[in-house]
Design a protein around this ligand. Structure first.
Ligand code: B12
Ligand code: SF4
Length: 464
């Protein structure tokens, strides 16, 4: 049976990252007897190319990734597939599809099945069933329509041993690092998270944290470097150092094998030590991203981010001592945000002086998060919001978007100026360099609106 997997792509203003979820499913299907599985990335190919591919391949099963902001694109591509090849069965997977499986099946006839949660095993089971001419009843994690109603099969157990998975297929791509174009690879070393930040769906989606062993992680890095010539590795885990001993063991393994490849990761400030960061730096870690989110103890408590501003300051100082480039991320618009909490964050930013930064334009409600449930209970949203055109839903129950934009601009300006004007310009250049040419106008507009205007306006958040 022929299968086609489709990534609907990422929105403008994001540097390309490989869709690892589909890459895992691709290699898993191939390893388990579905060698005739193709992959199509909408990010770097046009819709006409997809039409041609569907006409040429005539796949029996088409898998499409569906995250919340890209759901319309995913649905449109599913329609396109059905137009070109009506016999194809379309299966959706990914975070949005998982939490909105029933809605997708009830409202969109172009979606035949939804795989909920971790996708490798259910997708394989579904493919085997369909190849044998049978239906999806009884396949764990799968939702489908039958006799005019939606059936949601129960979830199976999560994968117990992540080391047993084949490495995800590598798709050649390049990123900009330190001013040079480098062949890049992404890896995921764990699934799940033990924390409970109220804006995040990871704990609900993946469940308890599961870790790959240090040897298996180093094997994949070695494979990327030696077999694909990868020159830069992005570890995309939410909290790479959640298990600090394991992060140290991975660094040791990289050093022992002499894998001289620079890499980056993201983590939490309460999961690092001076020694660990120094070891990671020796092993090639040149860039660490910290989700600081806010300096207000009240907000940190509300969002269940159990990291204090002092811990953030300490972790960033250690990382800078180790010679790493530091990225910090802040959020604007959490419950209880006010000019006072923004001022607290600004004061922290002045002390942190990060090299790179991001500030959310608002806090967005995503299905599967405690914040979304709270907003639902408060009557601010209901499930019909996902049927509307807006790609994302900002949490504006307490503040209008204009206020949030102004606060975002204040933080951006503080961050931009924390290390001086020339550093700020260098950052602008780096961002522009990361952005594909055809996406520059939109990204530029967004950047100007949220960033430069605030930088030169002299506004300090005081409204006229
Ligand atoms: C790397 C990453 C990115 C990369 C995306 C790279 C890419 N091309 O996929 C970048 C930086 C571009 C990105 C951007 C954004 N991201 Co992001 N991202 C992640 C992160 C950290 C890892 C994703 C990943 O690779 N996971 C590993 C793979 C193995 O998991 P997976 O993709 O979910 O795939 C598995 C299953 O979902 C399923 N599956 C997935 N697709 C399919 C398809 C089929 C057919 C089947 C059967 C199964 C299946 O099987 C896979 C294997 O088990 C996750 C958090 C996380 N831990 O997952 C957040 C996450 C996915 N991102 C999130 C968000 C919010 C965003 C942004 C909106 C951020 C923003 N504020 O703008 C944007 C939107 C991007 C978009 N395209 O819509 C949310 C998603 C919430 C939601 N409901 O959609 C997550 C869960 C983080 C969170 N804190 O809640 N992101
Ligand atoms: S934001 Fe990060 S630390 Fe918080 S729950 Fe999500 S994955 Fe875990």
């Amino acid at each position: 049976m022929r299968i086609l997997l489709i990534s609907p792509g990422s929105p403008a203003s994001f540097a390309y990252q490989a869709p690892l979820g589909l890459a895992y499913i691709l290699s898993y299907l191939k390893q388990n007897g579905f060698a005739d599985t193709a992959f199509f990335d909408r990010y770097n190919s046009g819709e006409g190319d997809l039409r041609k591919a569907v006409r040429r391949l005539r796949p029996a099963l088409v898998g499409i990734q569906c995250q919340t902001p890209m759901r319309h694109e995913a649905l449109r591509l599913a329609r396109l597939v059905k137009d070109e090849h009506p016999e194809a069965r379309v299966v959706f997977g990914g975070v949005h599809a998982t939490f909105l499986s029933r809605q997708l099946l009830e409202h969109y006839p172009q979606v035949d099945y939804v795989v909920r949660g971790e996708g490798e095993v259910p997708m394989l089971d579904l493919a085997r069933r369909l190849a044998a001419g049978r239906e999806a009843d009884g396949v764990a994690n799968v939702s489908f329509r039958t006799g005019g109603r939606v059936v949601e099969n129960p979830l199976g157990p999560p994968l117990g041993n992540l080391d047993a998975l084949p490495f995800p297929e590598y798709f050649e791509h390049y990123g900009e690092e330190g001013g040079a174009r480098k062949k890049t690879g992404e890896i995921l070393t764990a699934r799940g998270c033990g924390a409970a930040c109220n804006y995040c769906s990871v704990p609900n989606f993946w469940g308890r944290p599961r870790f790959r062993t240090p040897g298996n992680v180093a094997d994949e890095i070695e494979h990327l470097v030696r077999n694909h010539g990868v020159q830069y590795v992005r570890i995309v885990d939410d909290t790479f150092t959640a298990d600090m001993d394991r992060a140290a063991a991975i660094s040791d393994e990289i050093l022992r094998r002499g894998l001289e490849v620079p890499w980056r990761c993201a983590t939490r400030a309460d999961c690092v030590s001076k020694e660990l960061l120094a070891l990671m730096a020796r092993a090639g870690c040149i860039y660490v991203s910290y989700g600081v989110e806010s300096a207000s103890p009240a907000i940190l408590k509300t969002i269940h981010k159990n990291v204090s501003p002092e811990q953030a300051e300490q972790a960033i100082a250690w990382s800078q001592e180790a010679g790493m480039v530091i990225e910090v991320c802040f959020m604007v618009g959490n419950r209880g945000e006010s000019q006072q909490t923004i001022d607290e964050s600004k004061a922290l930013i002045r002390r942190l002086k990060p090299e790179v930064y991001c500030v959310s334009a608002a806090v967005y409600l995503f299905p599967g998060t405690p914040l979304y449930r709270y907003a639902e209970q408060q009557g601010f949203v209901d499930e019909t919001v996902w049927l509307k055109d807006e790609p994302v839903v900002p949490y504006t129950a307490e503040q209008p978007l204009s206020q949030l934009a102004e606060w975002q601009a204040q933080l951006m300006r503080e961050l931009g100026m924390a290390r001086g004007f020339w550093h700020y310009l260098a950052h602008v250049r780096r961002v522009a360099h990361h952005t594909p040419l055809r996406r520059l106008p939109r990204a530029g507009y967004h950047f100007l609106r949220t960033n430069l205007l605030a930088l030169f306006s002299g506004s300090d958040g005081k409204r006229d």
